[in-house]
Design a protein around this ligand. Structure first.
Ligand code: NAP
Length: 307
C-alpha cells in the first residue's frame, strides 16, 4: 500500500514526485503511455525559469525525474487501465496488476488530437505525425505540411524548416491563436508558406503506405485542390487522459478534470495536477506549480489522517 501514487511523468507528475519524495512519502510514479509528457515531444524550452540559455524539453523532464528519484520516488512504466476510486484505499490497474494507495495525484496530462480524416490513422508513422521533434529528421529536403494555428503549430513549423525543402502551414481561420512572438518568428522564416482559411480533407496514398499528397479545401470559397506533400504534421491541440476516471471524477464536457479548489477533485484524497485539469495556461512551469500544489495537499491530507 502506497501513501501516494502519481499518475503521469510530465512536469506535473515529476514535480509532485520531487515534493512528496522529499516529504518522505516514497511516491510511486506511473509513467503512462507518453513518458515525460509533452516536454518529451518538444524542442527547446526558452521560458522555464532558471535556464537563461534555454533547455531541450526532454532534458528538462529527465532532470526532474532524476531529482525525484534522488528523494526516493519510484517509477513504474505502464498505463492505468482501470481505476476504482469508490472507496479507500484507491485501486489502480496497471498492465493487469492492481496497485493500492491512500492518496492519488492525477497528472496524466493531455494527448495529441487527431483530425479524424479518412486515411489519417492508417498513415500514422508513414508520413503522418503529431511530433515534429520525433519525426522531423525523416523529412530532409522533403515537402512538409503542418496543421494548426497555435504556438505548437508555430514551433513545429519553425523547427521543421531545419529539415524540409519547404513547410506549408495550414490553418482553418485567418487569425492565429499563437502568441505574437512565435507567430512573428514564423512569419520571418522564408521557408514557411501560409494557407489560411483552409482545412485538409484527406491524405493520400494509404494504398502505398506513404504520404504523397493532401486534399485541401478553402472554407470560404469551397474550392478544393490537391497538394504534393511528404510529411503531414498535426499540431491542433490535445485531449485529456481521463478515460479511467469517467463516472468517478467530475469531468467537463471535453473530459478535463473539474477542480474543487486548489488541487482537489470531487473525491477526498484524489488530487489533480497539470494539463489534465488546466485548459488555460498549459505551460511547463504552470504544470510544475500544479504538481507542487497537489503534493502539498496530499501531504497535509495524509498528515491529518495520522500517516
Ligand atoms: P492550441 O493553442 O489549442 O491551438 C490549437 C490550434 O489547432 C488552434 O489554432 C485551432 O484552431 C487548431 N485546431 C483545433 N482543432 C482543429 C481541427 N479539428 N481542425 C483544424 N484545426 C484545428 O494548442 P497548442 O498550439 O498545442 O498550444 C497549447 C498550449 O501550449 C498553449 O497554451 C500554448 O501557448 C502552449 N505552447 C507554448 C509553447 C511555447 O511557448 N514554446 C509551444 C507550444 C505550445 P482555432 O485557432 O481556429 O481554434
Amino acid at each position: 500500500m502506497r501513501n501516494v501514487i502519481i499518475i503521469g511523468s510530465g512536469c506535473a507528475g515529476n514535480t509532485a514526485a520531487i515534493y512528496t519524495g522529499r516529504a518522505g512519502l516514497k511516491p510511486l510514479v506511473i509513467s503512462g503511455h507518453e513518458p515525460g509528457g509533452q516536454l518529451s515531444l518538444t524542442t527547446e524550452v526558452e521560458n522555464f525559469p532558471g535556464f537563461p540559455e534555454g533547455i531541450m524539453g526532454p532534458q528538462l523532464v529527465e532532470n526532474m525525474k532524476q531529482q525525484a528519484s534522488r528523494f526516493g520516488a519510484e517509477y513504474l512504466s505502464g498505463k492505468v487501465e482501470e481505476a476504482d476510486l469508490s472507496k479507500r484505499p484507491f485501486r489502480l490497474k496497471v498492465d493487469g496488476e492492481w496497485h493500492e494507495c491512500r492518496t492519488l495525484i492525477v497528472a496524466s496530462g493531455a494527448s495529441a488530437r487527431w483530425l479524424g480524416l479518412p486515411n489519417e490513422q492508417r498513415l500514422i508513422g508513414h508520413g503522418v505525425s503529431s511530433c515534429a521533434t520525433c519525426d522531423g529528421f525523416f523529412y530532409r529536403d522533403k515537402k512538409i505540411m503542418v496543421i494548426g494555428g497555435g504556438d505548437s503549430a508555430m514551433e513545429e513549423a519553425n523547427f521543421l524548416t531545419r529539415f524540409g525543402s519547404e513547410v506549408t502551414l495550414v490553418h482553418r481561420r485567418d487569425e492565429f491563436r499563437a502568441s505574437k512572438i512565435m507567430l512573428e518568428r514564423c512569419k520571418a522564416n522564408p521557408k514557411i508558406k501560409w494557407l489560411t482559411s483552409t482545412i485538409p480533407v484527406d491524405i493520400f496514398d494509404a494504398s502505398k503506405n506513404s504520404v504523397e499528397a493532401v486534399r485541401l479545401r478553402n472554407v470560404t470559397t469551397g474550392e478544393e485542390w490537391t497538394q504534393e506533400v511528404d510529411g503531414f504534421f498535426l499540431a491542433i491541440g490535445h485531449v485529456p487522459n481521463t478515460q479511467p476516471f469517467v463516472g468517478q471524477l467530475d469531468l467537463d464536457a471535453e473530459g478535463f478534470i473539474v477542480s474543487h479548489g486548489g488541487a482537489r477533485t470531487n473525491i477526498a484524497g484524489v488530487f489533480h495536477a497539470g494539463d489534465v485539469e488546466d485548459r488555460t495556461y498549459r505551460q511547463a512551469i504552470t504544470a510544475s506549480g500544479a504538481g507542487c500544489k497537489a503534493a502539498i495537499e496530499a501531504e497535509r491530507f495524509l498528515e491529518a489522517e495520522g500517516h
